[in-house]
Design a protein around this ligand. Structure first.
Ligand code: ZN
Length: 330
């Protein structure tokens, strides 16, 4: 599990995010794409040989079937073209002008926030926004070193996270004290995140998309990421808002709070890009503070830069980060 998380965070998370943006953007556009997805799924799962075998005619002796297969393929290509025409670039997030908004980032592990949102966090702190971190675990399972202990690792990763946050201009980092690898979206976790929301009163909460289970049929999203995201959105609505929820927090002096927007990282349905062209170097510098999680900081930087570039190309920017943005109706 440690290594899974480590590997996922280092290599699969950014690609997953980037790939997700690349592949999932069209599906976000509408019904036609659902049709295409179903169509493809049927073809691939029921008759994979038609697509995988170069000599289709040898595989399918029936002339009609061959024609049908060819027809399906043509139809599919036609749909692809249609989709390409309808495809729109991800919307650019521009609401930065002089708004001293507060932002709370809620993530499962040290380094999750940097992979998903460090460029945005750096851009926002530069623009005068106050950004706070609530990191749910101290990443105490994320090591492949047989000599490493959870307690020592937790200390290392907490320090790395604080240093990374400092690079980004984050105002305060709190650790919610849960164990790495054991997160479940229960009321205890929701209560802890609710407390952080009521404490920092963010306009925008950034967390991990709880609906992402698989990425491109190649990666399983870490259960801690899903649990963190689900507990965080549940805390946003309705728990942090309602004064009868966790009333003991109010007795301590905290007040109910309504979050205005949720930005989801690691989403398969991103719909917004934030321009990080001026903060990509800061993002990489922050990520490189998580030195326990990778061996080659230069390679990490190159990989992160490449992903950000791919995302940026979708919106006419040099570098970007992608989010699924939920604007909560008042
Ligand atoms: Zn993680």
């Amino acid at each position: 599990m440690d290594n899974n998380d480590k590997v996922k965070d280092e290599s699969s998370t950014p690609p997953a995010t980037a790939d997700a943006a690349n592949s999932a953007m069209p599906p976000a556009q509408g019904e036609d794409i659902d049709g295409m997805t179903n169509h493809q799924a049927t073809d691939e799962s029921l008759t994979p040989q038609r697509w995988d075998q170069p000599n289709v005619e040898g595989v399918l002796p029936q002339g009609e079937d061959i024609d049908e297969a060819a027809g399906d393929e043509q139809e599919s290509e036609g749909e692809d073209e249609e989709i390409a025409e309808e495809e729109q670039p991800l919307e650019q997030y521009l609401d930065l002008k002089g708004e001293a908004l507060r932002v709370l980032v809620v993530c499962a592990h040290p380094d999750d926030a940097e992979f998903g949102a460090a460029g945005t966090v750096a851009a926002w702190t530069k623009a005068g926004r106050e950004v706070y971190y609530a990191i749910i675990t101290r990443g105490d399972k994320g090591s492949g070193d047989p000599e490493m202990t959870s307690e020592r690792l937790a200390q290392i990763r907490e320090r790395e996270q604080r240093e990374a946050a400092a690079v980004l201009g984050v105002k305060e980092v709190v650790f919610l004290g849960f164990k790495d690898g054991e997160l479940v979206p229960d009321l205890t976790l929701r209560g802890a995140i609710t407390r952080a929301i009521r404490q920092f009163k963010p306009h925008i909460l950034i967390t991990q998309d709880p609906t992402a289970l698989f990425y491109n049929n190649r990666f399983i999203n870490h259960p801690d990421h899903r649990a963190a995201g689900l507990a965080a959105v549940d805390a946003v609505y309705p728990t942090a808002r309602d004064h009868l929820q966790f009333p003991e927090q109010l007795a301590e002096g905290l007040q109910p709070h309504k979050v205005a927007e949720v930005f989801l990282i690691q989403s398969e349905q991103p719909d917004i890009l934030v321009d990080i062209s001026e903060t990509i170097d800061t993002k990489i510098a922050a990520l490189q503070k998580h030195a326990s999680q990778f061996e080659d900081p230069t390679a990490l930087g190159d990989r992160v830069r490449e992903r950000a570039k791919e995302l940026g190309e979708q919106g006419g920017m040099e570098y970007a980060e992608a989010f699924r943005r939920i604007i909560i109706r008042r």
